[in-house]
Design a protein around this ligand. Sequence first.
Ligand code: ADP
Ligand code: MG
Length: 427
Amino acid sequence: MIIKHVMLQLFFALLPFILFNVYYRDKLQNYSKKFIIITSSLSLFLAMTFSCNLNSGFYFDVRHIIMYFGVIFGGLQTGCILLIEFFVYRLYIGGDGIWTGSSVFLCTFFLSLFFNQIYKSTHRMTLVTCMAGIVLSIHPTLILYLNQPHMVTNYLFEHMVVFPLQYLIGIWLLTTLFHKAASDKALFINCSQNEKFEAISHVAASLAHEVRNPLTAVKGFLKLIRYSSLEQGKIEQYIDISLMEIDRTESVISEYLSIAKPPSKQKGKTNLSHQVQVIIDVMASYAIMSNVEIELEHKPVVPVWIIANGDEVKQVLVNFMKNAIEACVEIPQAKVSLSLNLVDRNVLLIIKDNGVGMSADQISRLGSIYYSTKSSGTGLGLTYSFQVIRAMGGSIAVQSEPSEGTRFTISIPLLDYAQETPATRIS
Ligand code: ADP
Ligand code: MG
């Protein structure tokens, strides 16, 4: 009976960690204070609702674990909210133990604030967590013994072994697991930013090279105009060509800069057709340098509206295009093609290459963090891209044969159907 109670209470205590993994799984952001407030309040409510009533009016649950967690990850504000929630709910429940229970909980609140100060200013988190676990598991029994000694002596095993052990394990488990999950998330966010700069810097090297070509052409025309006696019509023609070259270079550079800038967080109506054209222009020089032909095979004449963050979409397109080009570098007559097709409520973006291809085993590992077969690869490009596509309610399908090539089919709901969110599929 008591085992069942302990297991149920530990489950409530671990609720914030479980919800973190569910809610933030596909998000490129870390937990917020609001998240801690909501999950710890919910957890406290459930723990108190299903608490163990040993003697009439005395209830035991994992409230101390939740208070400690709330203060450590959500600060003073979360602690105060939990305190108010506790008092209100405890008054509503009633019973003999109100005042003893409230003073113990108030004490937990202050102890948690104290440990929070130490936790924030030290790197020895495990030690602080263990110390907090020990103190917070002993003090409830101690205060109860000072106020109502018979409660402790009547249930000696529970108060000396079960509850202290439950608090100790709960505090250690919840704090360690949550801290690990949150720091993994922070590391991933950080790495995907670095991955972006890494990808962008490769493209920049080829872009700088490519900008020299129109410059050389324009220089040639200017020299011709300056030193040759050309007729007016020819001069105008050369000036027009030069202006066109300059315009094109200017637009490629500004598009490149728009990709390289730090991403905004805003989602909105985005024209995928335009984004694809931008990426083709920006990646053209990278493809030429790698001896790969890139082609836009099919594009609808009308704008293709989706709900997305434009910066994220561009980054995803760069990742897929860069992988496709990299898969082709050793291949003669290498070709990467992109096409956009409207099918029912979705837009299908197909990226096809005739590069090295992948085995079934490699396909099954796609999207796993840090999975890369390249000597200088990061294995973050697809992890990031899959997350972004999933968050848009899209799906990804892969077809690939070793030495034949690869075809990625990305399906994204069109603007009017964006609310429906199918799961990501890899086949
Ligand atoms: P990285 O490019 O840094 O290796 P990614 O996450 O972009 O990391 O890609 C992970 C792995 O997926 C690559 O190392 C490669 O083995 C494989 N891959 C991705 N796209 C293709 C493709 N078009 N053709 C063949 N292999 C690919
Ligand atoms: Mg890559």
